[in-house]
Design a protein around this ligand. Sequence first.
Ligand code: GLC
Ligand code: GLC
Length: 832
Amino acid sequence: MEQQKRYGHFDDNNREYVITDPQTPWPWINYLGNEDFFSLISNTAGGYSFYKDAKFRRITRYRYNNVPMDNGGRYFYIKDGDTVWNPGWKPCKTPLDFYECRHGMSYTRVTGRKNGVEASVLFFVPLKKWAEVQKLTLKNESNEVKNLKLFSFEEWCLWNAATDMENFQRNFSTGEVEIEGSTIYHKTEYRERRNHYAFYHVNTEIQGFDTDRETFVGLYNEFADPQVVMEGRPRNSHAHGWSPIASHYIEVTLKPGESKDFVFLLGYIENEQDKKFSAPQVINKDKAHALIAELDTTAKVDKAFAELCEYWDALLNIYKVRTGNDKLDRMVNIWNQYQCMVTFNFSRSASFFESGVGRGMGFRDSNQDLVGFVHQIPPRARQRIIDIASTQFPDGGCYHQYQPLTKRGNNDIGGGFNDDPCWLIFGTVAYIKETGDFSILDEMVPFDNQPGSEVTLFEHLKISMDHVIKNLGPHMLPLIGRADWNDCLNLNCFSWDPNESFQTTENVSEGTKAESLMIAGLFVVTGKDYVALCNKIEELKNGKIDNFNSSTLKSFNFSAEAERMQKAVDAMIEAVKKHGWDGEWYLRAYDFYGNKIGSNECEEAKIFIESQGWCTMAEIGAEDGMVAKSLDSCKKYLECEHGMVLNNPAFTKYIYEYGEISSYPEGYKENAGIFCHNNPWVIIGECIAGRGNDAWSHYAKILPSYVEEKYQTLHKVEPYVNCQMVAGKDAFKPGEGKNSWLTGTAAWMWYTVSEFILGIKPDYDGIRIDPCLPETAGDYTVNRKFRDAEYEITIHPNGQQKGVKSVTLDGQKIDGTVIPYSAGKHTVEVVM
Ligand code: GLC
Ligand code: GLC
């Protein structure tokens, strides 16, 4: 077999992915920042930074879909005699003697060597700081004295990333900067309503600077050959309008063997309205000076970096597995958890496929993401749930998205996606099981952020369930609305106008019969969770604790509520069995007219994955063999070499009644792509059914470390994280990945492996042990911190795929499979 080219490899000890060739098949990126200040950084140091919101508070400029790809970023130009090069190879692309990019946990280190000089840059955002540190170390590895000219480069975005890219009649006149010592300040629009500015600083004296892009680059030059750098002579330009940038010029002399550190700092500052200026037209720099003072030496920066590493140690120590299989361990212990935190921070807003201007935080997306990080940062998960619920409407419907800066629902997209409400139960239940914190249900949460409209969070959950019940169609199945989880199944849209959005156009909803089996399954799963939650609260109210403050919850009859919802769940199960079964699999939907979608009777797209996933997870009709048949059909019709496709066969033509799904060419995205997000649903279905071999083989197909080698070139996108979509079997090039990083796949892969395959499930009273494994699995150990306890759990599968025979806690056999929670350290032995 032909040897595949390799662009990098895992370094598990350092928790890094090491890229050894800058010309990866696509930019392979990483994320910096954990709270307010964020950056995207590619393996050649491309990318950009923003504060909280990639649309409204963009700090540096980035041009998507550029030629060449990924041009623009934080660049260091080193001029050594006549040779100009960059540590990350781009933009000059001068051949390097050595190149390496190490993407780690919230940091990236890019190292280049050329003609006896090594330049290594460590990029990270210190915890709790509004700044990106770029620590550049220059080292002379030659035998001669080196006289180097160093130029830094950042290009400012005029804050609103959307208008920055289009409103040039204004933008070219508004840009403003100030220069003070070694700091360049960007203050566009500060004179009027903005109370924030940015700065770019270096902790050494500079011998010159530039702040005007055309002066620095030259109108007929490029980032690859900026005229100032090529000539080795800064112009000390002061930008007025046009495109402000920040470039420092530093002359560096290095003796043989000598090395020097330079700390560059890209910072963001907000001032109080009455303290904006220190003199007319002069920005108040006090806070900038203070921030710089915190990070102006190598020692201070190294300390901040050590703190960041400790932060990640702590996060990744909460769930740790040792199976002896490196490929599995590295995904579970490092990369899958890391990707989950990235989706927590960014939702679907900013990646190299999401421009940061389109979508904020998704209602359904963020609730699903929550299961990926709730064990690591429960207090922030709590806040997230409340933020999400605050965008709900009084009838249980909700805004589909909200902006992270304002936390307000996004009116451009609105609501009407009928799966959305159910996800709130999914997220909240995961939070309570992890933390045991029932008091969240007692939080007063508004509707649509309107002060005065607050009700308890529990009430939000209740109306969420009711929203489904009140919107049933002719088969007593849930009406789909604009779409369910599949944004592209637009059964009430009927659009012939290419300028209409499939998501927000609803031309024909009056009298619709369009129903969703995906929501039906989701309703049964979350409905059972809701019933269990009500029963648990009732138990706690009568027994151990009664910590609800609000009078509505104090007097609420939770057992009656559980009964009411159980009836609705049972009715839904009956409806699915009666109207949702096609003989070999579950139907996908009924269209506007009440015709079947995802049926053997259909010409194309006879079977869809979403309803197989949700209805098998819900175990609907298991006793009649439906679950097993459905899972078998997934293997037979959906599975291919790279995973399971969304539907089969793919649509070959646009179907006006179905909407966007049929707009995609065969094998891509929602039209028969391998939409990785929903593969875990079927895998969990397999686990619940006890079919460990099948679950594992589906799982390994989309586990990045398992396909790393094969995917170095075919897959194209980063081999250390999941992507949203891999081209399906009907595509022109099956196996090609797209839309990496920001996908619900991260959380679902985590949920699947941590709870259903390895079988460590947080529950109200403790940890439930219920693995589902391939028969080849050997013994393994999971170290799990849980509330104030720490468990070391060793599982002996003994060739069994499912079924726990005995659980021994601290040497004592226990009844059942739930390890009762108690603080402190415990050892658990599990025999299957
Ligand atoms: C995208 C969206 C998600 C949706 C999915 C399927 O990933 O972020 O909300 O469920 O596509 O259409
Ligand atoms: C498109 C994409 C889908 C995404 C939606 C919302 O329809 O195919 O994946 O969820 O846009 O932005």
